[in-house]
Write a protein that binds this ligand. Sequence first.
Ligand code: NAG
Ligand code: NAG
Length: 216
Amino acid sequence: MEKLLPCFAVLFLVAFTSIVRADPDMLQDICVADLASTIKINGFPCKNNVTADDFFFAGLGKAGNTTNLVGSVVTLANVEKVPGLNTLGVSMARIDYAVGGINPPHTHPRATEIVFVIEGTLDVGFITTGNVLISKTITKGDVFVFPRGLVHFQKNAGYETATVIAGFNSQLQGTQSIATTLFASNPTVDDYILAKAFQIDTNQVEAIKSKLAPKK
Ligand SMILES: *[C@@H]1O[C@H](CO)[C@@H](O)[C@H](O)[C@H]1NC(C)=O
Ligand SMILES: *[C@@H]1O[C@H](CO)[C@@H](O)[C@H](O)[C@H]1NC(C)=O
Protein backbone atom coordinates (compact mmCIF):
# COMPACT_ATOMS: atom_id res chain seq x y z
CA MET A 1 0.00 0.00 0.00
CA GLU A 2 2.81 2.44 0.98
CA LYS A 3 4.49 1.72 -2.33
CA LEU A 4 1.29 2.61 -4.13
CA LEU A 5 0.88 6.01 -2.44
CA PRO A 6 3.34 7.89 -4.67
CA CYS A 7 1.55 6.40 -7.69
CA PHE A 8 -1.78 7.69 -6.41
CA ALA A 9 -0.21 11.10 -5.78
CA VAL A 10 1.05 11.24 -9.37
CA LEU A 11 -2.27 10.02 -10.74
CA PHE A 12 -4.12 12.62 -8.68
CA LEU A 13 -1.84 15.40 -9.93
CA VAL A 14 -2.28 14.30 -13.54
CA ALA A 15 -6.06 14.04 -13.15
CA PHE A 16 -6.26 17.37 -11.37
CA THR A 17 -4.10 19.33 -13.80
CA SER A 18 -5.95 17.81 -16.73
CA ILE A 19 -9.32 19.11 -15.49
CA VAL A 20 -8.14 22.65 -14.71
CA ARG A 21 -8.85 24.13 -18.08
CA ALA A 22 -9.85 27.75 -17.45
CA ASP A 23 -7.48 30.71 -17.10
CA PRO A 24 -4.88 30.18 -14.35
CA ASP A 25 -5.72 31.03 -10.74
CA MET A 26 -5.01 34.55 -9.48
CA LEU A 27 -2.68 35.28 -6.58
CA GLN A 28 -4.38 38.48 -5.34
CA ASP A 29 -7.90 39.95 -5.04
CA ILE A 30 -7.79 42.08 -8.14
CA CYS A 31 -5.38 42.84 -10.98
CA VAL A 32 -7.09 45.44 -13.14
CA ALA A 33 -5.56 45.35 -16.61
CA ASP A 34 -3.27 48.18 -17.59
CA LEU A 35 -4.30 47.94 -21.24
CA ALA A 36 -1.82 50.65 -22.26
CA SER A 37 1.21 48.90 -20.75
CA THR A 38 3.96 47.90 -23.16
CA ILE A 39 5.07 45.07 -20.85
CA LYS A 40 4.25 41.66 -22.35
CA ILE A 41 3.08 39.01 -19.89
CA ASN A 42 0.49 36.21 -19.90
CA GLY A 43 -2.56 38.52 -19.62
CA PHE A 44 -2.03 42.18 -18.70
CA PRO A 45 0.03 43.85 -15.93
CA CYS A 46 -2.02 45.25 -13.03
CA LYS A 47 -2.58 49.00 -12.83
CA ASN A 48 -2.58 51.04 -9.60
CA ASN A 49 -5.38 53.53 -9.91
CA VAL A 50 -8.50 51.32 -9.81
CA THR A 51 -12.08 52.64 -9.99
CA ALA A 52 -15.53 51.01 -10.15
CA ASP A 53 -15.61 51.78 -13.87
CA ASP A 54 -12.82 49.23 -14.36
CA PHE A 55 -15.41 46.59 -13.38
CA PHE A 56 -18.29 48.08 -15.37
CA PHE A 57 -19.55 47.94 -18.97
CA ALA A 58 -22.81 49.27 -20.37
CA GLY A 59 -22.30 47.94 -23.91
CA LEU A 60 -24.52 44.84 -23.86
CA GLY A 61 -27.85 46.59 -23.39
CA LYS A 62 -28.60 47.28 -27.03
CA ALA A 63 -28.68 45.02 -30.10
CA GLY A 64 -25.60 45.23 -32.31
CA ASN A 65 -25.76 46.02 -36.04
CA THR A 66 -26.35 42.74 -37.91
CA THR A 67 -26.08 44.25 -41.41
CA ASN A 68 -23.10 42.22 -42.64
CA LEU A 69 -22.31 39.15 -44.77
CA VAL A 70 -23.54 36.62 -42.20
CA GLY A 71 -26.37 38.51 -40.47
CA SER A 72 -25.07 38.32 -36.91
CA VAL A 73 -22.88 40.36 -34.60
CA VAL A 74 -21.00 39.48 -31.42
CA THR A 75 -20.55 42.24 -28.84
CA LEU A 76 -17.85 41.21 -26.38
CA ALA A 77 -17.56 42.17 -22.72
CA ASN A 78 -14.05 40.79 -22.17
CA VAL A 79 -10.88 42.13 -20.53
CA GLU A 80 -10.40 44.55 -23.41
CA LYS A 81 -13.70 46.26 -22.50
CA VAL A 82 -13.75 45.48 -18.75
CA PRO A 83 -10.13 45.78 -17.50
CA GLY A 84 -11.17 44.47 -14.05
CA LEU A 85 -11.66 41.01 -15.63
CA ASN A 86 -7.89 40.58 -15.92
CA THR A 87 -6.88 37.27 -14.20
CA LEU A 88 -10.50 36.46 -13.21
CA GLY A 89 -11.02 33.77 -15.87
CA VAL A 90 -14.47 34.86 -16.99
CA SER A 91 -16.13 37.10 -19.62
CA MET A 92 -19.41 37.62 -21.47
CA ALA A 93 -20.83 38.49 -24.84
CA ARG A 94 -24.12 39.37 -26.47
CA ILE A 95 -24.88 37.90 -29.90
CA ASP A 96 -27.64 39.32 -32.12
CA TYR A 97 -28.96 37.55 -35.23
CA ALA A 98 -30.97 39.00 -38.10
CA VAL A 99 -33.71 36.85 -39.63
CA GLY A 100 -31.78 34.16 -41.54
CA GLY A 101 -28.53 35.21 -39.86
CA ILE A 102 -25.83 32.79 -38.76
CA ASN A 103 -22.81 32.96 -36.51
CA PRO A 104 -20.49 31.01 -38.83
CA PRO A 105 -18.47 27.97 -37.68
CA HIS A 106 -15.68 29.09 -35.32
CA THR A 107 -13.71 28.01 -32.25
CA HIS A 108 -12.61 29.63 -28.99
CA PRO A 109 -9.12 28.33 -28.17
CA ARG A 110 -9.26 29.47 -24.54
CA ALA A 111 -12.86 29.02 -23.37
CA THR A 112 -15.92 26.88 -23.06
CA GLU A 113 -19.00 28.95 -23.97
CA ILE A 114 -22.46 28.75 -22.41
CA VAL A 115 -25.30 30.65 -24.08
CA PHE A 116 -28.69 31.71 -22.74
CA VAL A 117 -31.40 32.63 -25.27
CA ILE A 118 -32.95 36.03 -24.50
CA GLU A 119 -35.15 36.13 -27.61
CA GLY A 120 -35.83 33.95 -30.63
CA THR A 121 -35.14 30.41 -31.81
CA LEU A 122 -31.76 29.11 -32.95
CA ASP A 123 -30.31 25.96 -34.48
CA VAL A 124 -26.99 25.47 -32.69
CA GLY A 125 -24.32 22.82 -32.75
CA PHE A 126 -20.72 21.81 -32.25
CA ILE A 127 -18.59 19.09 -33.81
CA THR A 128 -16.39 16.79 -31.75
CA THR A 129 -12.84 15.86 -32.74
CA GLY A 130 -14.37 12.50 -33.71
CA ASN A 131 -16.45 14.43 -36.30
CA VAL A 132 -19.78 13.89 -34.54
CA LEU A 133 -22.24 16.80 -34.83
CA ILE A 134 -24.04 17.57 -31.57
CA SER A 135 -26.91 19.91 -32.46
CA LYS A 136 -30.24 21.15 -31.16
CA THR A 137 -32.90 23.79 -31.68
CA ILE A 138 -33.02 26.14 -28.69
CA THR A 139 -35.47 28.89 -27.84
CA LYS A 140 -36.07 31.73 -25.37
CA GLY A 141 -34.96 30.72 -21.87
CA ASP A 142 -32.82 27.77 -23.03
CA VAL A 143 -29.14 27.23 -22.30
CA PHE A 144 -26.60 25.43 -24.53
CA VAL A 145 -22.88 24.69 -24.06
CA PHE A 146 -20.07 24.74 -26.63
CA PRO A 147 -17.02 22.93 -25.18
CA ARG A 148 -13.68 24.68 -25.33
CA GLY A 149 -11.85 24.55 -28.64
CA LEU A 150 -14.56 22.72 -30.59
CA VAL A 151 -15.95 24.15 -33.85
CA HIS A 152 -19.48 25.47 -33.31
CA PHE A 153 -22.14 27.68 -34.91
CA GLN A 154 -25.61 29.16 -34.48
CA LYS A 155 -28.37 29.93 -36.99
CA ASN A 156 -31.44 32.06 -36.43
CA ALA A 157 -34.14 29.47 -37.13
CA GLY A 158 -37.09 31.77 -36.40
CA TYR A 159 -39.04 34.49 -38.20
CA GLU A 160 -37.81 37.32 -35.95
CA THR A 161 -34.45 38.56 -34.71
CA ALA A 162 -32.75 36.48 -32.04
CA THR A 163 -30.43 37.35 -29.14
CA VAL A 164 -28.30 35.29 -26.77
CA ILE A 165 -26.05 36.14 -23.84
CA ALA A 166 -22.85 34.10 -23.71
CA GLY A 167 -20.51 33.33 -20.82
CA PHE A 168 -16.87 32.23 -21.24
CA ASN A 169 -14.43 30.77 -18.69
CA SER A 170 -11.64 33.03 -19.91
CA GLN A 171 -11.01 36.76 -19.68
CA LEU A 172 -10.29 36.69 -23.43
CA GLN A 173 -11.80 33.67 -25.17
CA GLY A 174 -10.20 34.26 -28.58
CA THR A 175 -12.08 33.44 -31.78
CA GLN A 176 -11.01 31.73 -34.97
CA SER A 177 -13.75 31.82 -37.58
CA ILE A 178 -13.07 28.88 -39.89
CA ALA A 179 -13.95 30.54 -43.20
CA THR A 180 -12.13 33.81 -42.60
CA THR A 181 -9.17 32.11 -40.88
CA LEU A 182 -8.61 29.97 -43.98
CA PHE A 183 -9.74 32.28 -46.79
CA ALA A 184 -9.09 35.81 -45.50
CA SER A 185 -5.83 35.60 -43.53
CA ASN A 186 -3.05 38.12 -44.03
CA PRO A 187 -0.92 37.10 -45.87
CA THR A 188 -3.27 34.66 -47.59
CA VAL A 189 -3.01 30.87 -47.42
CA ASP A 190 -1.73 29.35 -50.66
CA ASP A 191 -4.56 28.54 -53.15
CA TYR A 192 -3.12 25.07 -53.80
CA ILE A 193 -3.41 24.13 -50.12
CA LEU A 194 -7.04 25.27 -49.92
CA ALA A 195 -7.94 23.66 -53.27
CA LYS A 196 -6.52 20.31 -52.14
CA ALA A 197 -8.05 20.57 -48.65
CA PHE A 198 -11.55 21.35 -49.93
CA GLN A 199 -11.24 19.29 -53.13
CA ILE A 200 -12.13 22.29 -55.30
CA ASP A 201 -10.15 24.13 -57.98
CA THR A 202 -8.08 27.26 -57.45
CA ASN A 203 -10.62 29.45 -59.28
CA GLN A 204 -13.18 28.47 -56.67
CA VAL A 205 -10.65 29.24 -53.94
CA GLU A 206 -10.08 32.69 -55.44
CA ALA A 207 -13.85 33.27 -55.67
CA ILE A 208 -14.28 32.49 -51.95
CA LYS A 209 -11.26 34.61 -51.02
CA SER A 210 -12.62 37.61 -52.92
CA LYS A 211 -15.95 37.39 -51.08
CA LEU A 212 -14.38 37.08 -47.62
CA ALA A 213 -11.44 39.47 -48.07
CA PRO A 214 -11.61 42.45 -45.71
CA LYS A 215 -13.08 45.51 -47.51
CA LYS A 216 -10.26 47.86 -48.56
C1 NAG B 1 -5.98 58.32 -10.13
O1 NAG B 1 -7.23 58.64 -10.72
C2 NAG B 1 -7.76 59.88 -10.28
C3 NAG B 1 -9.17 60.01 -10.87
O2 NAG B 1 -9.18 59.70 -12.22
C4 NAG B 1 -6.81 61.00 -10.70
O3 NAG B 1 -7.30 62.23 -10.25
C5 NAG B 1 -5.42 60.75 -10.11
O4 NAG B 1 -4.51 61.69 -10.59
C6 NAG B 1 -4.94 59.33 -10.48
N1 NAG B 1 -3.70 59.05 -9.80
C7 NAG B 1 -2.64 58.46 -10.41
C8 NAG B 1 -1.46 58.19 -9.53
O5 NAG B 1 -2.64 58.16 -11.59
C1 NAG C 1 -25.40 49.02 -39.85
O1 NAG C 1 -24.28 48.68 -40.65
C2 NAG C 1 -24.48 48.95 -42.04
C3 NAG C 1 -23.30 48.36 -42.80
O2 NAG C 1 -22.09 48.78 -42.25
C4 NAG C 1 -24.65 50.44 -42.22
O3 NAG C 1 -24.86 50.73 -43.60
C5 NAG C 1 -25.85 50.92 -41.40
O4 NAG C 1 -25.94 52.33 -41.47
C6 NAG C 1 -25.70 50.51 -39.95
N1 NAG C 1 -26.94 50.79 -39.25
C7 NAG C 1 -26.97 51.48 -38.10
C8 NAG C 1 -28.31 51.69 -37.48
O5 NAG C 1 -25.95 51.93 -37.57
